[in-house]
Design a protein around this ligand. Structure first.
Ligand code: SF4
Ligand code: SF4
Length: 457
């Protein structure tokens, strides 16, 4: 691009720093229909999931207050920190690789901000205030009965939806039962929960009624990382300048772009995609649909704006699965498989037994010798777990120190036990020992260790 001045400022902010309100034109087209269908399933998943329970426990829970998490019905606690750490690293690598190949597909199709803004709030706005031109006219009007009614109706509905989203978020954090409890009782009985729901609802209302595209262009870190994550091979929503330029009115044009500005008019972030890939572009595909509709009218091939890489456009190469895409996609699949494997192989209860540091053995009354061991037990289930430590080594006996061991749900428990043997049954200084750990009556851990006895005289 010869004139890159558009990169020096946001299209939604004036030179004086004032907000330019975006009135994107109503859209239709195959991508918009596909996004509507995808959004329907995503929204259904989001709102239905908190109600799903498995054995009385939520399907998903992100209880950061009590540090308890449930993913797909599997419980996780602080003891699973390593899985979260690995999950986080996987996610970062995934985001980098995915974006390098597929650009911002996530932003346009899956991001809750785009889904709610374009598929819920924007649709309601069109329904109440009409298309872009009507909205512009309504905002320019002085306050009157009709305007007051339309604006009030819109904001009441917006707040009601924000309130539902706020409560849904609460259900993900503390569970649906607790959320219903908060809703069903006077605020004074659940002050903290009530304040949290009000804050969540207020934030969502503000974001979707006022802040809008600025969440993507100013706040979202993913959007701001695009500059380093994208390269000329990344697939983005792109204008085919080779085909489109030089642009001009229908009869005078040499390129295919008739400069109708429809792609700009439908853009929810207010940019002109013909300037090239920009930070503000959330890859929502509206400009593709808009331009395709124009191309049909002027009897030219669709796809002047399409999913393509900048290199593909420059070299006039159609999209195809290049070795780079295959390699990155394979890496993504491998990463996800490793993480899934880790999650699937995670056992309900785990144990680790080590000899306690310090004295090697102790002499006890009645000519008996004891060794001290330390056991670390992890309970990854929703229920408290009674645990028994046993040995099947002949002549050895286990004595637990303290009370019977019960590992509380989703926690780590440490205990000590002694292995005791009659002195005259010990023939060597080192006796091979087999220790078994039973949880709720079932053997789940077995290890070989050693029992140290005194030197034979
Ligand atoms: S440029 Fe196109 S894809 Fe990007 S945000 Fe605007 S309308 Fe959506
Ligand atoms: S919608 Fe297509 S033809 Fe119209 S200005 Fe945009 S790129 Fe050009």
């Amino acid at each position: 691009m010869e004139n890159e001045s558009f990169r020096d400022h946001l299209s939604t902010v004036t030179q004086e720093g004032k907000r330019v309100w975006v009135y994107p034109k109503k859209q239709k087209g195959k991508f918009y229909t596909a996004r509507t269908i995808v959004s329907f399933f995503l929204l259904a998943f989001l709102f239905v999931t908190p109600w799903i329970k498995i054995d009385g426990h939520p399907f998903f829970l992100f209880n950061i207050f009590d540090r308890k998490f449930i993913l797909f019905g599997f419980a996780f606690g602080p003891q699973d920190f390593y899985i979260f750490a690995l999950g986080f690293v996987t996610m970062v690598v995934f985001v980098v690789l995915f974006t390098a190949v597929y650009g911002r597909i996530f932003c346009g199709w899956i991001c809750p901000q785009t889904v709610f803004m374009e598929m819920v709030f924007r649709k309601i706005e069109y329904l109440i205030e009409g298309d872009a031109s009507k909205q512009r006219a309504l905002d320019a009007e002085p306050m009157n009965g009709k305007k007051f009614f339309k604006k009030s109706l819109k904001h009441v509905i917006f707040y009601a939806i924000a309130f539902v989203i706020g409560n849904t978020l609460m259900a993900y954090l503390v569970g649906i039962d607790k959320t219903l409890d908060i809703i069903g009782h006077p605020p004074a009985e659940h002050l903290a929960g009530f304040i949290a729901v009000m804050v969540f609802s207020g934030v969502f209302y503000f974001v979707f009624s006022k802040f809008r595209e600025q969440a993507c262009t100013i706040v979202c870190p993913y959007g701001r990382l695009q500059g380093v994550l994208l390269d000329p091979n990344s697939i983005v929503v792109a204008y085919d300048y080779v085909r489109g330029e030089p642009r001009g009115k229908l009869n005078e044009t040499k390129g295919d772009c008739i400069d109708c500005h429809l792609c700009v008019a439908v853009c929810p972030t207010g940019i002109d995609i013909r300037n090239g890939t920009q930070l503000e572009c959330v890859n929502c595909t509206s400009c593709i649909d808009a331009c395709d509709s124009i191309m049909v009218k002027v009897k030219k091939p669709k796809g002047l704006i399409r999913y393509a890489s900048m290199k593909g456009i420059k070299d006039k190469v159609k999209f195809g699965f290049t070795p780079r895409i295959i390699l990155y996609t394979s890496l993504l699949v491998i990463l996800l498989s490793i993480l899934t494997g880790l999650l699937m192989s995670r056992s309900d209860v785990k144990a680790n037994i080590l000899r306690s540091p310090g004295k090697i053995y102790s002499e006890m009354p009645d000519d008996r010798i004891s060794n001290l061991y330390h056991v670390v037990l992890v309970n990854n289930t929703f229920n408290d777990m009674p645990v028994e430590v046993k040995t099947n080594t002949p002549d050895a006996q286990i004595l637990l120190i303290g009370k019977d061991v019960v590992i509380p749900s989703l926690s780590v428990h440490e205990a000590e036990f002694m292995v005791v043997m009659d002195k005259n049954k010990i023939n060597t200084t080192v006796v091979q020992l087999n220790i078994q750990v039973f949880a709720a009556g079932k053997l789940f851990y077995e290890t070989k260790t050693t029992f140290i006895g005194p030197q034979k005289k």
